[in-house]
Design a protein around this ligand. Sequence first.
Ligand code: TYD
Length: 208
Amino acid sequence: MTRGKFIAFEGGEGAGKSTQARLLAQALEARGIACEITREPGGTPGAEAIRALLLGTAGDGWHPRAEALLFAAARSDHVERRILPALEAGKWVICDRFVDSSRAYQGGAGGLGDADIMALHQVGSCGLLPDMAILIEVSPAIAAARAAARDGDAADRIGGRGEAYHARVAAAFARLAEQQPMRFARIDGNASQELVSQAVLAAIGSLR
Ligand code: TYD
């Protein structure tokens, strides 16, 4: 059995990742490629429970280190119980966010640093990386408008952080993509859904 490919969608809030993940899975399925579509934080019952702890707005919130540990713990369960078994069964796994989100949010914007995030990832998930990370980049104005249309006043604990935090997230994603151009495809998410979807399909062409 040939191992499946692992593709992660990355980017800030309101970039359109979930829509594009769904469109990619549909396009691949139409070509006869079985896909497992999932998301982070979450994807297994245990990781979804941790998601509720991370994104819920009860209490005082998590210290950046505790936050990074919780994301790594959720990811560990997700990798072990869902992602690896699907890849080994020959399916393509399409994940809405993966470790590059921790590198950008907790490592870059949260100030933990990349080495600590990757150390946690090594412990939690044996350092598993996607075959390709698709980084969808949108202007701050478009991102804010889409997030407001989706969430209204009900942003989660991390999405609701200020503009400066989200600007640091975007800069951290851009830096990661510059450092690892072979592993990242950078896509302009300001265009229409159809155009973005075509660009995603072109980007993964090299994997098939
Ligand atoms: P979600 O609503 O799934 O994301 P989006 O707004 O992209 O649709 O919420 C996930 C939140 O968790 C989002 O604000 C990004 C954040 N996050 C991290 O800070 N670190 C991580 O490792 C992951 C996977 C997500």
